[in-house]
Design a protein around this ligand. Structure first.
Ligand code: TLP
Length: 345
């Protein structure tokens, strides 16, 4: 199977498995797992933040950020297609008692003026604006890199109004590799950052939440409340260290494969690329083939290719560590056949 459903499907490398086997461990709830401590220091250093916390998933990292930044009945501003709004099961409402306030972005980027207009003035009727959430790369916008100056402009607005900013940087390293801008420059634009180790970086489990030390201390307590205080978790932190040290530069291969795939698909009649491809996500529209996304996905599956639905006619393909250039050519060949058959008969 060529698995293009997500970059979450990657399997750990041999070096990661060895690192897990050899990891020094301790009880992390006591702060005694030296491997986790090393990972947290490394992540904080890479992001230019004071401290970092190892969490079980991107969702947990984002939600701990919301819980730590906000009070119940606060409002959180985010882009209308943000992962925290669309794909986290309304966790911020269920867990933190938050009211989400969405803004339609352009390729995932919110207009700073619209963000400012959405900030609530002091009024007995209104909720308090407790947080602004950004996402980079933006998943549902097709893996787009949110420009640094857009983030900086939103940061300016936020600091004028004394509102913290959180970055869902699940794929922040993709943004850094694609733009040539170091991750810490993106991270500088926000108070806190969550990034995933288990996507393009290939680690089996985990995300990091980074920010000021005082914030991370409180976040650690939220993680415990959520049942995320793990014990000898150096076993999974060790592969994550390998991911950070060895797997960042190779994200460029995923981007090249995605570009190759998008360019090839763009030449197939009936297939339309919805957004310019900047990183490892491709959104393909199959409406002109007279197929729904689910029908197209089934046809691909019969050819040994896995993909995901992103709307009635929209299909998401994500390049990842397990997908080679040869696989890309196979996918192009198979899509060509499917499209040709569909348009001819
Ligand atoms: N995204 C997954 C699915 O949930 C859609 C994927 O396959 O892309 N932020 C962003 C921007 C994400 O794309 C994801 C995962 C998360 C947060 C959550 O990470 P996990 O899956 O570790 O909870």
């Amino acid at each position: 199977m060529i698995d293009l459903r997500s970059d979450t499907v990657t399997k750990p490398t041999e070096a990661m498995r060895q690192a897990a086997y050899n990891a020094e461990v301790g009880d992390d709830v006591y702060g005694e797992d030296s491997t986790v401590n090393r990972l947290e220091e490394l992540a904080a250093e890479k992001l230019g933040k004071e401290a970092a916390l190892f969490v079980t998933s991107g969702t947990q990292g984002n939600q701990i950020a919301v819980l730590t930044h906000c009070q119940p009945a606060d409002e959180v501003i985010m882009e209308a297609n943000a992962h925290v709004f669309v794909y986290e099961g309304a966790a911020m409402s269920a867990l933190a008692g938050i009211q989400p306030r969405t803004i339609n972005g352009v390729r995932g980027a919110m207009n700073p003026k619209e963000v400012e207009a959405a900030i609530r003035p002091e009024d007995i009727h209104f909720p308090e604006t407790g947080l602004i959430c950004l996402e980079n790369t933006h998943n549902k916008a097709g893996g787009t890199v949110i420009p640094l100056d857009n983030m900086a402009a939103i940061k300016d607005v936020a600091s004028q109004h004394n509102i913290p900013v959180h970055l869902d940087g699940a794929r922040l390293f993709n943004a850094a590799v694609a733009s040539g801008i170091p991750v810490h420059k993106f991270a500088e634009q926000t108070d806190t950052v969550q990034f995933c180790l288990s996507k393009g970086l290939g680690a089996p489990v985990g995300s990091m939440l980074a920010g000021p030390k005082e914030f991370i201390d409180r976040a650690r307590k939220w993680r415990k409340r959520l049942g995320g205080g793990l014990r000898q978790v150096g076993m999974v932190a060790a592969p994550a260290i390998v991911a950070l040290n060895e797997m960042v530069d190779r994200l460029g291969d995923d981007h090249e494969n995605a570009k190759r795939l998008a360019d090839g698909l763009a030449n197939i009649d009936g297939i339309n690329i919805e957004e310019e491809v900047e990183t490892n996500i491709i959104l393909v529209n199959v409406e002109e083939l007279g197929l729904t996304s689910e029908e197209f996905i089934q046809k691909l599956k019969q050819e040994g290719i896995l993909s995901g639905s992103y709307g009635t006619h929209s299909v998401r393909l994500v390049t990842n560590y397990g997908v080679t250039k040869e696989d890309i050519d196979t996918v192009l060949h198979k899509v060509n056949q499917i499209a040709h058959k569909k348009l001819t008969y």
